[in-house]
Write a protein that binds this ligand. Structure first.
Ligand code: WT7
Length: 664
C-alpha cells in the first residue's frame, strides 16, 4: 500500500457504562445499525423526520439530490428557513427563553457573563440592525476577526439572521493571512476587537486588522466599515475616522432596535465561508449552505454528544475553526443547550484551567483535542485530582487520532473511568461529525475514530491511477483512501469563487466518491482507524496546514531559492513541521537566518505555522521530471533514515546523503 500504513493494533474495548446507556438516545449497536440503514437507504424519511425538529417557513419538496460527477449536492430542496431563528426565536418559543445559552468565561477569573436565550436574541437582533445600518444585505460577506468572546457568537448569529455570509478568521492568524481571506471573500466590512487576554498579557487584534486593511488597499480593495469590540478597557488603539466605530457605541445608538426579523433563506442559500488549507498554496474557502448544515449540526450534537436539556457543555475549540462554528455555537444552540465560550489557554494561570472551568460550571459534556490532552497530561494528574470533575458524563475528542496513552489518561483522570469517550473524525468540508461512535451504543476502542454517523456511507478505497479503473474497496484492516459514497446534509457545497477547485480537489481522485484526503483502514468490527493525510497537508496541534502554503511563505523571504516542508512526529503537537531550505548563491546559512525564517513564517501565516526544524540544503531529492520525492524528506525528518526505499529514480541520488548527514 505504499505510504498508507496501518498502525499498531489496539484491541482494548470500552463498553459504555450502564447508567449512560439507560439514558442515551441510542442504546445499542443494533439500534444504531437500524437507524444508520434507514439514514442511507431512505434519507427522505430519516432526514426529513430530523429536519422537522427544526423550524421551516416553508417545507422542502425533496430531501436530497446529488451528482458527484458534477460536484453537485442539494439538501432540503425548496425549503425555507433561517439558522439564527432556529438558534434563538425557536428555542424561546419552546420555553427556553430564560435558559443560559452562552456562558462566557474570560481569562480573568471573575470575568464571566451568562447570556440567556432571550438576552441573546435581543443582542443578536440589535447587532443585525447595526449591520443593516452599515449597508450589509443578504449575500454580502462579513469578515470576522475576533477572539473567543461572547460578541463572536452574537456577530455570527446576526449575520445569519439577515442572510449575510460570515467568514471568520482565526484570531491567531497574521495580518497577511487575514488580508488573503478578506480579498478572496470580497468582504467590505470587518468585525474585530481592540485586543484580548493571552496568559496575563494583552494581545492587540486591531493592530493586525489595520495592517491587513492597508495590505488590502494595496491590492485595490477597500473595506469600508470596521466595527471594533472594546474587549480590553484600557487598551488604546487608533480608530480611523469614518471607517472604524466601537461595537458598544453602535449597540447603544438610539436608532438601534432590539427587534430584527430573520430573513427567509433558501435551504441552499450560502451560510458561511471558512478557509482551510489544501495541497496548493492558496487556502480554499469552504462554502456551507443553510438547511443541510443546520440539520446536520443539530443532529450530530443531539446524537454524538447525547445532549440533554440539563447539560452544561464545554467545547475548547476556537470558534475560528470549524469545530467552534458547529460545536461551540450552532449545534449546541439548535439543541437549546448551554455552551461555554472560554477566552484563553488551558494553562493560565495554572495548568488546571480546563479542570477548574469544569468544576466551576459543573460541566457534563467536554469536547477537546488529543494535543491538549497530551499537553495537560505532561503537567501531571495532580492538576485534575485537585478539582471536582464528578459532573462529567461524556468526553469527546477531535482533530487527530487519539493515541492510546493519552486516551487512557483522559479516561482515568478526567472521566473517572465512568465517562464514555467518543472520538469524532470530520473536516472543515464535512460541516459536522462523520465517523464517531455514538456514546451509548458503541463500545470504544482507544485510537479508533469509530463508526459512520447517520447518512455517512464511508468506504476505504484502493488508490486509483486513473478514473477509468473501477473503484475497489480495501480488505479488512488494509490501509487505503477514506471516501464517501454519497452526500450528507452538512457537506460543503463549493469552494467560494472557484467551482473548478471544488471538483478537482474532492471528486477526481476517486471518481464517483468524495475523497477526504485521509488514509484509513476499517477493522473486522467495522471501526475506522485514521492513518493521517495522504496529501501534502500536516496536522500540527490539531491545526491543518498545507505544506505548500508554508513553502510559499519561506520562498518569499529574500535569500531563499526553494524550500520543501514536511511533517514529522511530535510528542505533544502530534506532528511538527520540518523545512528543507535551499539558499540563493552567496547567501550564508546561519542560526540567525533560521530565526529570521521562523519569524517570517509567523508573520506571513501565524505562529501555528512556525517550522520546528529548518535544515539548509544544496538541493532537494527530485525525480527526473522535477517532482520532489517527499517520501524521502518525510523519512529523514522522522529519523527513519534506514527506510528511505528506492532512490534510483532520482535525478541526483547523491543529494540524499547530504540531506541525511545534515539532519536536524
Ligand atoms: C483533518 C481535518 C473538523 C475538526 C477539526 C479539524 C484530521 C480530524 C480527526 C480524528 C483522526 C482527524 C484529518 C482531517 N482529523 N479529526 N478524530 N482522528 N484525524 O478540521 O482543519 O478541517 O482538519 O483533521 O486529517 O482530514 P480540519
Amino acid at each position: 500500500m505504499g505510504e498508507i500504513k496501518s498502525m499498531a493494533d489496539e484491541n482494548r474495548m470500552f463498553p459504555p457504562p450502564k447508567e449512560f446507556v439507560d439514558q442515551a438516545y441510542v442504546k445499542s449497536r443494533e439500534e444504531y445499525e437500524k437507524m444508520w440503514k434507514q439514514s442511507v437507504e431512505d434519507p427522505e424519511t430519516f432526514w426529513g423526520n430530523l429536519a422537522k425538529d427544526l423550524y421551516w417557513y416553508k417545507p422542502w419538496f425533496k430531501v436530497n439530490r446529488e451528482d458527484f460527477a458534477k460536484a453537485e449536492v442539494e439538501w432540503f430542496i425548496g425549503g425555507k428557513t433561517n439558522l439564527s431563528y432556529n438558534c434563538l426565536d425557536y428555542q424561546i418559543e419552546k420555553g427556553k427563553g430564560d435558559k443560559v445559552a452562552i456562558i462566557f468565561q474570560g481569562e480573568p477569573e471573575d470575568d464571566v457573563k451568562k447570556i440567556t436565550y432571550k438576552e441573546m436574541l435581543s443582542l443578536v437582533s440589535k447587532f443585525a440592525n447595526v449591520l443593516k445600518k452599515k449597508g450589509v444585505r443578504k449575500g454580502d460577506r462579513v469578515a470576522i476577526y475576533l477572539p473567543m468572546i461572547w460578541q463572536l457568537p452574537v456577530a455570527m448569529l446576526a449575520c445569519t439572521r439577515i442572510g449575510a455570509i460570515h467568514t471568520i478568521v482565526f484570531g491567531g492568524f497574521s495580518a497577511e493571512a487575514l488580508r488573503d481571506r478578506i480579498l478572496d471573500a470580497g468582504a467590505k466590512i470587518l468585525i474585530t476587537a481592540n485586543g484580548y487576554w493571552r496568559s496575563g498579557k494583552h494581545v492587540s487584534s486591531k493592530a493586525n486588522a489595520d495592517k491587513a486593511l492597508e495590505l488590502c488597499l494595496a491590492e485595490g480593495h477597500t473595506v469600508d466599515k470596521v466595527i471594533v469590540v472594546r474587549r480590553l478597557e484600557d487598551l488604546d488603539v487608533p480608530m480611523k475616522e469614518g471607517r472604524d466605530t466601537w461595537f458598544e457605541d453602535e449597540m447603544a445608538a438610539t436608532d438601534i432596535d432590539d427587534v430584527c426579523p430573520a430573513v427567509m433563506m433558501d435551504a441552499e442559500d450560502p451560510l458561511f465561508i471558512l478557509y482551510t488549507s489544501g495541497s496548493t498554496g492558496k487556502p480554499k474557502g469552504a462554502l456551507h449552505t443553510t438547511g443541510g448544515y443546520m440539520v446536520y449540526a443539530y443532529a450530530t450534537v443531539k446524537y454524538v454528544f447525547d445532549i440533554k436539556d440539563t447539560d452544561v457543555y464545554f467545547c475548547t475549540a476556537d470558534i475560528g475553526w470549524v469545530t467552534g462554528h458547529s460545536y461551540v455555537v450552532y449545534g449546541p444552540m439548535l439543541n437549546g443547550a448551554t455552551s461555554i465560550v472560554y477566552e484563553s489557554v488551558p494553562t493560565f494561570p495554572k495548568p488546571d484551567r480546563f479542570w477548574q472551568i469544569i468544576e466551576k460550571f459543573k460541566v457534563n459534556v467536554f469536547y477537546t483535542a488529543p494535543t491538549a490532552v497530551r499537553a495537560l497530561m505532561k503537567e501531571g494528574e495532580q492538576w485534575p485530582q485537585g478539582r471536582d470533575l464528578s459532573s462529567l458524563r461524556l468526553l469527546a475528542s477531535v482533530g487527530e487520532p487519539f493515541n492510546p496513552e493519552a486516551w487512557l489518561w483522559f479516561h482515568k483522570y478526567i472521566g473517572g473511568e465512568k465517562c464514555p469517550i467518543t472520538d469524532t473524525w470530520w473536516q472543515t468540508e464535512t460541516g459536522g461529525h462523520m465517523i464517531c461512535s455514538l456514546p451509548g451504543a458503541i463500545p470504544t476502542k482507544p485510537g479508533a475514530a469509530g463508526l459512520p454517523f447517520f447518512g455517512v456511507k464511508a468506504v476505504v478505497l484502493k488508490p486509483r491511477s486513473s478514473g477509468d479503473e473501477p473503484a475497489v474497496e480495501c480488505d479488512v484492516n488494509e490501509g487505503g483512501e477514506l471516501c464517501m459514497a454519497r452526500s450528507w446534509p452538512g457537506m460543503m457545497r463549493g469552494v467560494f469563487g472557484d467551482p473548478e477547485r471544488f471538483y478537482n480537489t474532492y471528486f477526481i481522485q476517486q471518481p464517483g466518491y468524495y475523497f477526504s484526503g485521509d488514509g484509513a483502514r476499517k477493522d473486522e468490527d467495522g471501526y475506522f482507524w485514521l492513518l493521517g493525510r495522504v496529501d501534502d497537508v500536516v496536522n500540527v496541534s490539531g491545526h491543518r496546514l498545507g505544506t505548500a502554503e508554508i513553502e510559499a511563505a519561506l520562498n518569499s523571504y529574500e535569500g531563499v531559492a526553494e524550500s520543501a516542508v514536511v511533517g514529522f512526529p511530535h510528542d505533544i503537537k502530534g506532528e511538527d513541521l520540518y523545512a528543507y531550505v535551499i539558499l540563493k548563491t552567496g547567501v550564508q546559512p546561519s542560526d540567525d537566518l533560521k530565526k529570521a525564517l521562523v519569524a517570517h513564517v509567523r508573520k506571513e501565516i501565524g505562529p501555528i505555522a512556525s517550522p520546528g526544524k529548518i535544515q539548509f540544503v544544496s538541493g532537494l531529492p527530485k525525480t527526473r521530471s522535477g517532482k520532489i520525492m517527499r517520501r524521502i524528506l518525510r523519512k529523514v525528518a522522522s529519523g527513519e533514515i534506514d527506510q528511505l526505499g528506492d532512490t534510483t529514480t532520482l535525478a541526483d541520488p547523491s543529494i540524499v546523503d547530504e540531506i541525511v548527514a545534515g539532519r536536524q
